[in-house]
Design a protein around this ligand. Structure first.
Ligand code: SF4
Ligand code: SF4
Length: 407
């Protein structure tokens, strides 16, 4: 990360009258544009790798391609407003740019409370900024001994109240979905917590976590860890929480994150009402399209460079997941292995339930899976999740589990 003093930078940029560009026209781009506007600086262009955005306007500002960016003057001030600070800054350096920055200081010094944003509901802003900061700090975390974890998906069931034919977590392939074994889960979580220094978010999901009547036991356990800042529970707007599964949501550490898929999320309104009546922190994102990444492909013959690119460009390659006592780099790899749809590679996972592994060794193994991977075996069977992956209608339902090939 490039450190800077915001007020000095503001003075410098105001005086020099150089061009300002935001690299990333997504949610962090929108927030950073707002922050810059607040301190009196005007953004000239967005740059984005998504071809669909090129030549369009986002938040009232024209979006350029990378090829157009490199034709700009080399003293252009570029704020990297997406999750790929380290790879983009290297690329900018190689093209002779010298003035590039992360948006951390900017975002830290802005009050977003009174403003509505197109790309993000207000309750998600703080979490999104924390995630962005973690991504910017990745290199520093990597070189330090400390283990700071952004988030861990804790999958507590394979069962879902919906059956989306393109679920990116692969729930559509489970013929006999089961809940997690809580004893194994709690032992694994205890060992994980023992090894790390802090975690921003535990994310409780499934399938639909409310399909597991014991969800509250997991939420209460996660809340009790001092090293954990927040616990997010995901819902698809189908099941109205009640009993202990409602009570556990009342903790100040917990937030309910609803993805509302329209007609199929038929209890979305009722769930919001329950949250409001019980003072439960919540957010709702209306989702009509998503990326086409819910398929297990046959083995894809990709060379080293192609594999690395698939992994580094994937927006899910840092979504650590815990399933059946094992820590994985992404939910696709966790579920594809659980389904026995890809070959086992023990280097791509950490068996947190293995009591033979000492704490120090376990810490090293976690660090290796979290920070030291160029790609994982599962990427050979995955469509990837980058900006080039086509968008399809979200949450199209299937009646029966879908067939797939076991290895
Ligand atoms: S995408 Fe659909 S099937 Fe997958 S977990 Fe969400 S609601 Fe369930
Ligand atoms: S398998 Fe690889 S490409 Fe697919 S979601 Fe995981 S990290 Fe991304």
């Amino acid at each position: 990360m490039k450190n800077y003093n915001l007020s000095e930078l503001k003075t410098k940029l105001s005086e020099l009258n150089q061009m300002i560009v935001l690299f990333g026209a997504g949610d962090i781009g929108e927030l950073s544009n707002y922050s810059l506007k607040k301190i009196g600086l005007k953004v000239n262009y967005f740059v984005d790798n998504d071809k669909d955005k090129h030549g369009t306007e986002r938040f009232g500002i024209k979006v350029l391609s990378f090829e157009e960016l490199i034709k700009l003057k080399k003293d252009t001030n570029i704020f990297i407003s997406n999750n790929y600070y380290s790879s983009i800054s290297e690329e900018l350096k190689s093209h002779g740019f010298t003035n590039f920055y992360d948006c951390v200081e900017l975002l830290n010094n802005t009050d977003f409370n009174d403003q509505k944003f197109q790309s993000l509901p207000t309750p998600k802003i703080g979490r999104r900024i924390e995630y962005y900061k973690h991504m910017c700090l990745k290199d520093e975390y990597n070189s330090s001994k400390a283990l700071h974890i952004k988030n861990l998906d804790v999958q507590i069931t394979e069962r879902c109240s919906l059956k989306c034919s393109n679920c990116s977590n692969l729930m559509q392939f489970y013929e006999k979905p089961v809940n997690e074994d809580l004893d194994l889960l709690f032992k694994s979580l205890d060992r994980f917590i023992e090894c790390i220094d802090e975690i921003d978010e535990f994310r409780v999901l499934g399938g639909d976590p409310f399909m597991n009547k014991d969800m509250y036991k997991v939420v209460n356990k996660l809340v009790s860890y001092e090293k954990a800042k927040r616990v997010i529970v995901y819902t698809n707007g189908k099941i109205i929480p009640k009993g202990p599964n409602l009570e556990c949501l009342k903790s100040k550490k917990v937030m309910l994150d609803m993805t509302d898929y329209g007609v199929v999320s038929n209890n979305a309104e009722a769930i919001i009402k329950v949250c409001e009546e019980n003072n439960i922190s919540h957010s709702r994102s209306i989702t009509t399209v998503w990326q086409d990444c819910g398929e297990i492909l046959p083995f894809q013959k990709r060379n080293e460079e192609e594999k690395k690119k698939k992994f580094i460009d994937c927006c899910n390659s840092d979504t650590l997941s815990l399933l059946k006592g094992k820590l994985y780099r992404c939910p696709f790899s966790a579920n594809a292995e659980n389904l026995k749809a890809i070959p086992l590679n023990t280097d791509d996972q950490v068996d947190l339930s293995d009591t033979e592994i000492s704490k120090e060794d376990l810490k090293m193994k976690i660090k290796n899976v979290v920070y030291d991977k160029d790609y994982i075996t599962a990427c050979n069977f995955c469509n990837g999740r980058d900006y080039t992956v086509k968008k399809i209608k979200a949450a199209v339902q299937t009646k029966k589990p879908l067939p797939y090939v076991r290895v």
